[in-house]
Design a protein around this ligand. Structure first.
Ligand SMILES: Cc1ncc(C[n+]2csc(CCOP(=O)(O)OP(=O)(O)O)c2C)c(N)n1
Length: 329
């Protein structure tokens, strides 16, 4: 073999020739932003942008991802990106989507399908932005909404949200002598979106990058409303170490706490198989300081609830039918 063949550039070119392109090389969410070490949300956004590609407009509710990515005069965004107020990412998204429709009709953007993608944290989605989200989805705009769920209002100092899990200690629901911490169960917005009759709803996590990117690509291809609920590990708010970010996302799936599934026109499908025997929820809870105060009895209570929810989901997976199956009845 001549040394010419070892030229790294040549090798790289050959690599590109023979390996099917899985992931876009271009970074649309570039490094140098100010996210905390081990931030799952920043990783998830980077993956989402790669799956979306350049013909995308993003609307971003106020929250960690806006704050860390757009400190004046810099920006991490290599896509058209609009920072909007805390509650209205979906409203602005629906306006952008309607505007793009008109531009297409008038022939101003021929041969290009530009997708509108609205994003928000769990506070900006399941609480304060919920009305805007519900309205945009129910009106059927051509847009994807992605909730990056780090399970509290992290940007302003770890306040509880409707997505905070039971038993988690936050600054507005602190654990102590008189309290277990947060006393409410996590709101299931993916299911609420299914009930809106959307063509496509999915759950995702940065710890399963190919699964997440496939879901984003699928949602992008749907000319209508779609929703993805992405669990995003937050070492700062979860009081976990930064190097366990990916592991915690996997443990959430393996313990049945955050199953990865999609719902296409009402048909449920598990997209990443959990282990045949689910891991105990304690495996997921133990490495996180936000659950440090929980007693074995309280963990048993959480375990029961997780199994109940998991069972409910598996019933839907086993009994829902696709459109083709329904027609054949
Ligand atoms: C109407 C309004 N209320 C409160 C705030 C303050 N605020 C800005 S970001 C934020 C928390 C965002 O939390 P979340 O949506 O969960 O995203 P995260 O920062 O966790 O990614 C709050 C309370 C605001 N900007 N506007």
């Amino acid at each position: 073999m001549s040394t010419a063949n070892l030229n790294p550039k040549k090798l790289f070119e050959n690599f590109e020739l023979y390996v099917p392109k899985l992931i876009e090389k271009m970074e649309y969410f570039s490094p140098g932003h100010r996210a905390c070490q081990g931030c799952g949300e920043a990783l998830a956004i980077r993956l989402m942008c790669k799956a979306l590609g350049k013909d995308t407009v993003i609307t971003n509710a106020t929250g960690c991802m806006e704050v860390i990515s757009s400190l004046y005069p810099t920006t991490a965004w290599n896509l058209p990106w609009i920072h909007v107020a805390f509650p209205n990412s979906a409203s602005v998204g629906s306006g952008v989507s309607a505007g793009l429709k008109v531009l297409r009709r008038k022939g101003r953007i021929p041969d290009r399908y530009v997708k509108t993608v609205s994003i928000g944290g769990d506070g900006g989605t399941v609480d304060i932005g919920f009305q805007a989200l519900s309205g945009a989805m129910e009106r059927g705009h051509d847009m994807l909404y992605v909730c990056f769920d780090n399970e509290a209002y992290m940007n302003t100092g770890i306040q509880r949200s409707g997505a905070t899990p039971f038993g988690s200690s936050t600054t507005t629901a602190p654990a102590g002598k008189a309290s277990i911490g947060n006393k409410t169960w996590k709101k299931n917005v993916a299911e609420i979106m299914v009930e809106h009759g959307l063509p496509y709803v999915a759950t995702a996590c940065h710890s399963y990058p190919i699964d997440f990117m496939n879901k984003v690509k699928k949602a992008r291809s749907i000319k209508g409303p779609s929703y993805i609920h992405c669990l995003a590990v937050c070492p700062t708010g979860w009081r976990s170490t930064s190097e366990t970010c990916i592991k915690l996302g996997r443990l959430a799936l393996e313990a049945g706490i955050f199953p990865l599934y999609e719902v296409e026109y009402g048909k449920y499908k598990i997209t990443v198989d959990p282990p045949e025997k689910l891991r105990p929820v304690a495996d997921y809870i133990k490495p996180q300081g936000r659950f440090r105060h929980l007693t074995p009895d309280q963990i048993r209570g959480i375990q029961e609830r997780v199994l109940m929810e998991y069972n409910k989901l598996m019933n839907k997976v086993n009994h829902s039918k696709s459109w083709d199956e329904l027609k054949a009845l």
